[in-house]
Design a binder for this molecule. Structure first.
Ligand code: M6R
Length: 610
């Protein structure tokens, strides 16, 4: 995830910026840069790679400036490179940006027609050009910024400096975090508090639509559109630096679970048009004609990403009626798969570097298939080697246990299934709009689902000492049973198994006794009654049933000893909502058992060996 730091004060800003960027390193990044004043001109230094490379490149320059901006970039549009690194410049306007500009393509084309020359592949650069355009028309720095941002759709946290008004930093926030730090005669902006925690603990957290103007005299706040002044009182942060890195959460895993409403919102941003009833196929780098001609799909992945693949099969076959096969990558690569003409292999990988997945991808290409990767890390090996890429915009995932990457992969698969179904003539525009409208509600519903956290903690307290755990699901939620079990094993070291509930009577039922907790996924769907029968089978043998059900369902209450209620959504999105209490349960059990949640034993975030 990109990081922002900005400074104005009496100190030399260069070491403050470098130190601030280092404090943001934990967020993950692929390039870094700073902007500062020298002889009344703004200069920019950037490089692909690490902050220490940037530091080394400026070491002998003896740079001094009392005002400056710094940035670490996690690529979303355009590969990691020096040209794509921030700060970006247009004329005298230099800025750093976090977030995603939805309409950057249209804006860039318009500006190009008016003679603007772009030097990067980023969405960010359009903001600089727009502000510069208004500044050239005679507007002051502040008004040019306000005017430019009226045209920008999407999420942004921006820090801007201007050669013509050298004693100011302007910062604006919409849907991407931005904070202001107020010290003694020195002021900061940052995407995250740890960037300036060393210098001040007084913080103002900006709200959507807030503009902050930082000068040597202080900070003033206003609404970016109405210009109405805003009164903001800094609050004192008592977090330790390590807590601050995790946004106040105890572990990265918990932070990442709670980031999901934002991660999903970023993943769907600009990816479809409700009005036109269309998925933006550029985002899959595919044409509708290519989709029309597909007659078979293979989904290949490892671990949690494989669970996404299993759910993807339900979505694709149900919506688009195209047959799918799902494989674990380490099996696929050696099983001599038969891939008929007209097949697409969809590889799913958070890191884009998993050895087995990459080998399966290579094998698919060798066998003549077209490959689409659903991937989180821009310019990773999988992304570079695939024919088409859909990037999930969940931001870097630091906890070894995959959470927000999983739900954003499912979001990508949902969009792909709609696009394919539409191309195949299996969905009417009316139905497509309905599916989009439900997707638009998803971030809010995920936020609501997260409110089960304290109820889940209570359940975890009750069961954290058990030896085994069984998860049951049916249909599209059967893979969620597998996912719940994998998470529990991975981080709490409790033996757990996930089963399709109807299969329980063929073996696992022998395990049920008074000590066996069984978590049953029981949404309101076509197999609800069936799962209720399975829960009864468990109860009658003394097992303890924890049910995850749709809110408002009262029938489930008499069949379980604990019930977690989840917001209602459509059939295809249920797995996203229902994965939330399971991830939280694994998390709390692991914490209660004093396990190393973010770095479980024997595991690595990216499995780059076979
Ligand atoms: O980066 P990938 O999605 O390719 O990683 C695949 C698995 O290694 C990963 O999902 C793993 O199972 C997680 N630790 C599960 O939480």
């Amino acid at each position: 995830m990109c990081g922002i730091i900005g400074y104005i004060g009496k100190k030399n800003s260069i070491p403050v910026l470098i130190n601030g960027l280092k404090r943001l390193e934990y967020r993950g990044y692929d390039s870094a840069g700073i902007a500062f004043f020298r002889n009344d001109k703004i200069e920019v230094r950037r490089c692909a790679g690490k902050i220490r490379d940037l530091e080394a490149s400026i070491k002998n320059e003896n740079l001094k400036s009392v005002i400056g901006l710094g940035h670490t970039r996690w690529a979303t549009h355009g590969r990691p490179s020096e040209e794509n690194a921030h700060p970006h410049r247009a004329g005298g306007i230099v800025l750093v940006h976090n977030g995603i500009i939805e309409n950057y393509f249209e804006l860039r084309e318009e500006l190009k027609k008016k003679g603007h020359v772009f030097t990067s592949e980023t969405d960010t650069e359009v903001i600089c050009h727009l502000i510069n355009r208004y500044a050239q028309k005679g507007l002051g720095f502040e008004d040019a910024t306000r005017e430019a941002l009226k045209h920008v759709e999407g999420a942004y946290a921006v820090g801007i400096i201007n050669e013509k008004e050298p004693d100011k930093i302007i910062a604006v926030k919409k849907d991407s975090p931005l904070v202001v730090g107020t010290g003694d005669g020195e002021f900061f902006i940052a995407s995250d508090i740890p960037a300036f925690l060393k210098y001040t603990k007084n913080v103002v957290i900006l709200e959507n639509g807030d503009m902050a103007m930082l000068t040597h005299q202080g900070v003033s706040f206003s609404n970016v559109q109405t210009k109405k002044p805003l009164k903001k009182v800094p609050s004192k942060i008592s977090w330790s630096p390590s807590m601050a890195e995790k946004g106040g959460y105890k572990h990265f895993m918990l932070k990442e679970i709670f980031e999901q409403p934002r991660a999903i919102a970023d993943t769907i941003r600009g990816r479809f048009s409700v009005g036109k009833g269309e998925v933006n196929l550029d985002e899959f780098s595919m044409k509708e004609s290519a989709l029309k001609n597909l007659n078979k799909i293979f989904l290949v992945a490892c671990g949690t990403s494989w669970h996404s693949a299993l759910i993807g099969k339900y979505m694709i076959e149900d919506m688009a009626r195209v047959p799918c096969e799902v494989d674990i990558a380490s099996e696929f690569r050696y099983r001599k798969p038969f891939i008929p003409k007209g097949s697409l292999v969809i590889v799913i990988t958070q890191s884009g570097e998993t050895a087995d997945t990459l080998a399966a991808q290579k094998e698919s290409k060798k066998l003549g298939a077209r490959v689409l990767t659903i991937c989180n890390v821009v310019d990773s090996t999988s992304a570079r080697e695939a024919d088409s890429v859909f990037y999930t915009h969940s931001g870097p995932e630091i906890g070894v246990a995959s959470t927000k990457a999983f739900t954003t992969q499912l979001t990508g698969l949902y969009l792909f299934s709609i696009a394919l179904a539409k191309a195949k003539g299996k969905l009417h525009s009316r139905e497509v709009k309905k599916l989009f409208n439900e997707l638009l509600l998803l971030p809010e519903k995920v936020g609501k689902a997260l409110q089960c956290n304290s109820a889940v903690l209570k359940i975890a307290r009750k069961f954290c000492q058990v030896r085994d755990f069984l998860y049951l699901g049916r249909g599209i939620n059967y893979p969620i049973a597998l996912e719940g079990a994998l998470k529990l094993k991975e981080i709490s070291y409790i033996h757990a198994e996930g089963y399709p509930a109807g299969e329980m009577k063929h073996g696992p039922i022998a395990l049920i006794d008074n000590d066996m907790p069984v978590l049953a996924l029981a949404p309101d769907d076509n197999v609800f009654e069936k799962i209720i029968s399975n829960m009864e089978e468990v109860k009658s043998r003394g097992g303890k049933v924890i049910a995850v059900a749709t809110e408002g369902n009262t029938k489930v209450l008499s069949h379980a000893s604990h019930v977690l209620s989840m917001p209602k959504t459509n059939y295809y999105l249920t797995p996203i909502i229902f994965s939330i209490p399971l991830h939280l349960l694994a998390y709390h059990m692991a914490v209660l058992r004093k396990c190393n949640v973010d770095q479980p034993r024997n595991l690595a975030k990216s499995v780059t060996v076979e």
